[in-house]
Design a protein around this ligand. Structure first.
Ligand code: FAD
Length: 280
């Protein structure tokens, strides 16, 4: 028999996490699918579960001078409705799932699921997002890129909870997210791409490139990005073949039910080319 816990506030939630072995459920849109029964029986959870989606302390979004802070139980739809959520994140969420799913699904759930095809991860990596993680006795902050270690592998202790997603406030000349899927929304990506840049005096001062679903987690290489900084747009456009050769070894997709590795690799490289060709 599986126990389900519904804490009344965050303190009680952290106490339960400290004392019991439970699986966290936020919106449940991944958990329900992963634990569904194919026999028409009810959901087959194997562990006791802890529901966090009624915790008001985790449903806020606010900002200071440097960051936007998004509560772990705030739905994707509410993030899209917010005036302070980063534009790139809102554009990414618009391409995730359907409105019905977005009304319950959360950003922290997309992160906790740690799928290579998790759409929000691509834009969050691009923006150097961080997480606030709490347990009953500790609060820590970690970069998302250091939190996800591989396919469904995260560095979260059994008594810990993601409480906030923290996103630096950034200025980009242009930033965009592109999802390649069987149809937009309500389908998991075959692959995805996010690119952003900043220019001053015709020279690149910041450039960021990230790919989803072409490796065990998001591909973003800060050293390669640094090599592009200081170049003019014309110089970068003239280096396209070199740039794609830098990224080529990092793009190692797999064959699965959604796509195959040859298609994924070719499209990923084409999206990189398109991004560089369209720098203005
Ligand atoms: C029809 C459908 C379409 C979908 N389309 C997309 C899509 O287009 N793009 C996409 O990326 N995903 C998609 N998904 C997957 C899913 O909706 C997202 O990953 C969503 O963001 C998960 O959020 P959730 O709150 O429902 O997570 P849950 O299912 O509640 O949890 C997911 C995982 O995260 C953990 N977790 C949740 N919250 C926390 C927390 N605060 N601290 C620690 N761990 C936590 C859980 O323990 C679990 O392991 C789709 C799912 C469905 C069913």
């Amino acid at each position: 028999m599986v126990e389900a816990y519904l804490p009344k506030d965050l303190d009680e939630c952290l106490k339960i996490l400290n004392e019991k072995k439970v699986k966290i459920i936020a919106g449940g849109t991944d958990m329900l699918i992963q634990n569904r029964s194919h026999t028409g029986m009810s959901i087959g959870y194997r562990n006791d579960v802890l529901y966090i989606n009624n915790l008001n302390e985790l449903k806020n979004i606010y900002e200071d001078d440097a960051f936007v802070y998004i509560g772990a139980a705030l739905s994707l739809e509410k993030i899209m409705e917010s005036d302070i959520a980063p534009k790139l994140l809102k554009e990414t969420i618009l391409e995730m799932a359907s409105p019905a799913i977005r009304h319950t699904a959360t950003l922290a759930g997309n992160i906790g699921n740690a799928s290579p095809a998790g759409d929000s991860l691509v834009s969050l990596y691009l923006m150097d997002a961080e997480l606030e993680i709490r347990s009953i006795n500790n609060t820590r902050r970690v970069f998302l890129k250091d939190f996800i270690k591989g396919v469904r592998k995260i560095t979260l202790e059994s008594d810990e909870l993601i409480t906030k997603v923290i996103i630096p406030k950034l200025m980009f000349e242009k930033a965009y997210f592109k999802k390649v899927g069987p149809r937009l929304s309500d389908a998991i990506s075959k692959l995805s791409f996010a690119g952003a840049y900043q220019i001053y005096n015709n020279k690149i001062t910041d450039i960021r490139i990230a790919f989803g679903a072409v490796n065990v987690t998001v591909v973003r290489d800060r050293l390669l990005e640094k090599k592009m900084i200081g170049k003019t747009i014309e110089e970068l456009k003239g280096m396209i073949d070199l740039l794609t050769s830098w990224y080529d070894p990092l793009i190692v997709p797999i064959d699965d039910q959604r796509s195959n590795k040859v298609y994924r690799k070719e499209v990923a490289i084409n999206l990189l080319r398109e991004f560089i060709e369209n720098l203005i």
